[in-house]
Ligand binder design. Structure first.
Ligand code: SF4
Ligand code: SF4
Length: 409
């Protein structure tokens, strides 16, 4: 038996990660609190995870200033319900801070953070006793010797100061990484614009996803509770995605196992998810469905067989081959992968995409956006950050001939 088989075997016989699942049809605080409490009870209950912590960081998905009904961000009532439950199960003197480093369109300043909280409907949470919305914009550069892609990272201060982190991701697809769930949500502990640099540094999806694993492993949340009540399908994770009533709450102490279940519920083949492929290569618990115990039902009864998954061209395999990567990738990028285009009917020329593009591949000329596709690395940050959903992702003429479709929407 090889060393890798031995490691897999040890993992499968000794330990099963639990992921719990509950139905929850709507955002009503009492219904939510019940569903979340039941869901966490199935994996041991809040007390087990809080364990006397005095400073708890809640890490929602606050990708961009978006109204909750767009399904881009964790719903404020979901966060409020979790706060109620933490208060119920924690000791006196426990403080809760809500923090995220939002997507690259939102500057990491107090003013921008306050605007973000307001537009995401979170401002009122600050008025709950012992609860605060983070306005500390400091970060520290930390070393991570076990990192595979990142040995150093810039981490926001509240994430370093907290005794424990409770991660509150959304149930969403992602046009670059296929899914954005619990592991990717932890990318939000990385300071503002450092994230843009990391997008540019790790251009292929496999490397980018491997980097996400480093961030997650550096600061593992003790508990992950997923807001899957209003999920997102299609070209997520921003306003280009389509909200969908998914009616679920999921929880696990293992973010990878939780993402694995989410991917199965979206009807993905799990090894089509770069993050899970990387996790398999790194022998991390959570990549293998046979070593996950689903508490609350079986996958089949919850799977959404018609879930709209993002359709990008199969670049991952090519990107891993050095020769193909050097000679074929430029052609593939320009012709066979989907590219960003301006939807003039929606674009307000706000300039966010121009500002955040890590390759400076977008310019405005005569009230039109001009994309330099030779520079564009197809990171899709522009689509992710556009507040109007005005970046369409389409195949080129050759891509359409080969794949036989006009665009991926
Ligand atoms: S495409 Fe979106 S982000 Fe870019 S200028 Fe238009 S509205 Fe703004
Ligand atoms: S144009 Fe969009 S997809 Fe291309 S590099 Fe810039 S942000 Fe990324």
């Amino acid at each position: 038996m090889s060393e890798n088989q031995l490691k897999d075997n040890i993992g499968s016989t000794m330990f099963k990660d639990k992921v719990s699942i509950c139905r929850c049809p709507e955002y009503k605080i009492e219904i939510l609190a019940d569903a979340i409490e039941n869901c966490v009870a199935k994996i041991g209950g809040f007390k087990k995870f809080i364990r006397g912590a005095k400073k708890i960081l809640l890490k929602p998905n606050l990708l961009s200033p978006s109204k909750p009904e767009l399904a881009v961000t964790t719903h404020p009532l979901f966060i409020e319900a979790v706060i109620q439950l933490i208060k119920k199960y924690s000791g006196p003197g426990c403080s809760i801070i809500i923090a995220d480093s939002p997507g690259v369109s939102t500057g990491h300043t107090k003013k921008e953070l306050l605007k973000l909280y307001k537009q995401c409907g979170l401002t009122y949470l600050d008025r709950i006793e012992n609860v605060s919305l983070n306005i500390d914009c400091n970060y520290l550069s930390v070393s991570f010797k076990d990192g595979v892609m990142l040995k150093k990272m810039d981490v926001i201060k509240p994430a370093l100061d907290a005794d424990i982190i409770i991660n509150l991701p959304k149930f969403k697809t992602h046009s670059l990484t296929r899914i954005t769930g619990a592991v990717k949500n932890m990318f939000g502990i990385i300071y503002g614009r450092t994230k843009t640099l990391l997008h540019a540094k790790f251009m292929d999806t496999g490397k980018f996803s491997n980097m996400l694993l480093d961030v997650y492993l550096y600061k593992k949340p003790v508990l992950n509770i997923m807001d899957g009540i209003l999920g997102m399908e299609g070209e997520g994770p921003g306003a280009s995605g389509i909200p969908r009533n998914t009616g679920l709450v999921l929880a696990s102490s293992n973010a990878l196992a939780l993402d694995n279940v989410m991917a199965q519920l979206m009807n993905f083949n799990i090894l089509d998810i770069p993050l899970l492929r990387n996790a398999k290569e790194r022998h991390l618990n959570g990549w293998d469905p046979s070593v996950i115990e689903l508490c609350g039902g079986n996958i089949g009864e919850f799977t959404m067989w018609d879930y709209r998954i993002p359709k990008i061209s199969p670049l991952d395999h090519i990107a891993q081959n050095r020769v193909l990567n050097t000679y074929l990738m430029p052609f593939i990028r320009n012709n066979l992968s989907v590219s960003p285009y301006q939807d003039k009917t929606k674009c307000t020329l706000c300039g966010i995409c121009i500002e955040i593009c890590p390759e400076n591949a977008i310019e405005e000329e005569d009230k039109k956006l001009v994309f330099d596709y030779k520079k564009c690395i197809r990171c899709y940050c522009c689509s992710e950050m556009c507040p109007e959903g005005a970046i369409e992702l389409k195949y080129s003429f050759i891509g359409n001939l080969i794949f036989g479709r006009k665009n991926i929407k």
